[in-house]
Design a binder for this molecule. Structure first.
Ligand SMILES: C[S@@+](CC[C@H](N)C(=O)[O-])C[C@H]1O[C@@H](n2cnc3c(N)ncnc32)[C@H](O)[C@@H]1O
Length: 230
């Protein structure tokens, strides 16, 4: 059920549960999303105190994963999906079975936490780009690197524990051929900001009212900045 809907320029922002809302939108050319990861938030030992955002992730249920079937290949041409290392086997199996092709790509953090997680430093995050014919990755060869480097850590600015950096989202959007992008786990609207900057239409769905308001604010500011620049 759509609880509220706000239109800002080429962006349509929906407050509601994406599992019920997304199927009602019909075909969306491109999904680009950072869904709740399936992760263990317990532990951390002596470093736990430095990982305050992990408590917030658990509080908001962002450690519970997501139902892969929300990415329905009959209702979208392509999907870019962030995931945790441990989700890669199941998520790639699902996406490989649903789309013609896929690529594993990576965001490399230039300022990772100085500690190990599962014995490796957590200095990168994976995203998978899967597509059907007609929706293959776009951009120049320079845009088509499988990695992007950026700093981490803007959660405090937007009161959300997992805000993705602009540089990461801008690069991903440059690799998207479609002119309309949907993020069913919108959070604070990072995908929407990048989509508008690239001249693409955006549809975002978020169930948390506070994050929805933040997304409205960010996307309104991005739309206003584009108007001033025009
Ligand atoms: C990992 S965060 C996305 C953060 C986003 N990439 C950003 O930069 O702000 C996932 C978001 O999905 C939202 N969410 C979780 N389950 C949802 C659902 N069923 N429907 C809509 N939103 C949902 C959460 O509230 C959270 O804000």
């Amino acid at each position: 059920m759509i609880l509220r809907e706000v239109t800002i320029g080429d962006a349509r922002l929906i407050l509601g549960d994406s599992y019920t809302v997304l199927p009602t939108l019909g075909f969306v050319p491109q999904i680009c999303t950072d869904p709740p990861y399936l992760i263990r938030t317990a532990g951390g030992g002596k470093f736990r105190a430095q990982r305050g955002h992990t408590d917030r992730i658990a509080e908001e249920g962002l450690d519970q994963g997501f139902d892969h079937s929300i990415i329905n290949p009959l209702l979208c041409g392509s999907a870019v999906v962030f995931c945790h290392n441990d989700q890669v086997p199941e998520l790639t199996t699902y996406l490989r079975g649903s789309f013609d092709r896929f690529a594993l790509c990576m965001w490399i953090k230039t300022n990772p936490m100085p500690m190990a997680n599962k014995h490796y430093q957590a200095d990168s995050e994976i995203y998978i780009h899967a597509w059907n014919r007609g929706y293959h990755p776009a951009g120049t060869l320079a845009d088509k690197k499988r990695h992007v480097m950026s700093q981490v850590g803007r959660g405090g600015q937007f009161d959300h524990p997992t805000v993705k950096p602009d540089a990461v989202m801008d690069k991903i959007i440059r690799n998207i051929a479609a002119d309309e992008i949907c993020d069913p786990f919108m959070g604070t609207g990072s995908t929407g900001v990048a989509a508008l900057k690239a001249g693409k239409r955006f549809v975002g769905i978020e169930k948390n009212e506070a994050h929805f308001e933040t997304a409205c604010r960010r996307i309104r500011a991005a739309a206003d900045a584009l108007k001033v620049a025009a």
